[in-house]
Design a protein around this ligand. Structure first.
Ligand code: CP3
Length: 334
């Protein structure tokens, strides 16, 4: 139904899926993680396919998102990757020598990703979509340069605009395009590009030092024929800049503003995805209903709406609340 909406079709109710819908809030995931490391789960197609489909067995999501991580291509590019539990990448990329050492892995090097996608597509209930993904160039490079996830991003902020930053983001962009092509070859039709750290640079810096590479990435992904959802955080501040991207089919927005106000900023031209604040799912049922109603009301005048959270499901979220939320959204007639 999500593909149908992105192709311009109408749907009877608002389709819904959640970022991090597979993960620690689910008992089945925690049980499997007792036996396997996160990276092992990502790289073993049988396990990754099982985790991808776990949420859909219990909860009526309209899409699955393939189980993987945005940093898988960084490892293929030549960095060492461990999760402790946040990602740690070494050595960090912060000079031209390190950039030159990075490889651009071809689409043929992602055999396990292709196998995962084929397995999930074979087991996906009818009417559901499978979403593929990658990190956007700045977000991937931010981890590759800082080497860890708990950071103030001072290295990236200082480097933006330097020769080695531009060379690095160009290489990362090429790697993302190859990774996306592998996913398209295996059957992905809806692709989300995650730009969690879009807001670490000032909009003017982002415009100058990131936008050309981000646009090149989107154009490259588009060449494989997939529909593209671009997720970015710090939405209220960054919308005016990213709205100029071409080739994006839907923008996934965070909870920093209402959907109708994002819609005005985007000039009413795009399907929007979002944007219930993840912490609402920790609240009582009445609060959850009230907040869902607010999001749906705010979405009433949009070109199209895919329900999602403003960011990923929090690990402490009760599973029952996720199920309740999805069923409630489906019950509201458009
Ligand atoms: O269900 C899904 O959304 C699909 C799988 C998925 C994961 N990561 C699994 C994961 C997706 C789409 C991602 C994207 C991702 N990874 C992003 C962009 C979206 C976002 O959340 O902002 C980012 C920034 C990463 C990098 C990353 N991976 C971080 C910072 C962490 C640690 C933080 C955390 O949540 O613990 C990870 C690990 C990770 N990726 C987990 C999962 C389920 C947790 C691993 C565990 O079980 O310990």
């Amino acid at each position: 139904m999500i593909l149908k909406l992105l192709e311009g079709g109408k749907t009877a109710y608002t389709p819904v899926w959640f970022m991090r819908q597979a993960g620690r809030y689910m008992k089945e995931y925690r049980d499997l993680k007792e036996k396997h490391s996160f990276l092992e789960m990502c790289k073993t197609p049988e396990l990754a396919a099982e985790v991808t489909l776990q949420p859909l067995k219990k909860i009526n999501f309209d899409a699955a998102i393939m189980f993987s991580d945005i940093l898988i291509p960084a490892e293929k590019m030549g960095q060492k990757l461990v999760y402790a539990p946040g990602p740690v990448l070494s050595p960090p990329v912060n000079n031209m020598e390190e950039v030159e050492r990075l490889k651009v892995p071809s689409r043929d090097e992602y055999g396990f990703t292709k196998e995962l996608i084929k397995k999930v597509l074979a087991g996906l209930p009818p009417g559901k979509d499978l979403i593929g993904f990658a990190g956007a160039p700045l977000t991937m490079l931010a981890y590759m340069m800082e080497g860890k996830s708990k950071t103030d991003f001072s290295t990236v902020k200082k480097a933006a605009g330097t020769e080695f930053f531009s060379a690095a983001i160009k290489k990362v962009s090429s790697a993302i395009i190859e990774y996306s092509a592998a996913q398209a070859e295996a059957g992905i039709k809806v692709f989300q590009l995650f730009d969690t750290w879009a807001g670490i640079l000032e909009p003017a810096q982002f415009q100058k030092h990131v936008m050309p590479y981000l646009q090149e990435t989107i154009t490259g992904i588009k060449a494989s024929g997939m529909k593209i959802i671009y997720f970015f955080k710090d939405g209220a501040r960054m919308a005016d800049t990213v709205k100029n991207l071409t080739g994006v089919d839907a923008f996934s927005v965070d909870s920093s503003d209402t959907l109708d106000s994002f819609d005005k900023k985007f000039g009413k031209k795009f399907i929007l995805q979002g944007n219930l604040a993840p912490k609402i799912l920790l609240a009582d049922r009445e609060t959850i209903k009230k907040e869902i109603d607010k999001v749906l009301k705010s979405a009433a005048g949009l070109k199209g709406h895919i329900f999602n959270l403003g960011h990923g499901v929090l690990p402490a979220t009760p599973e029952d609340n996720v199920k309740f939320t999805v069923d409630y959204i489906h019950g509201v007639k458009k």
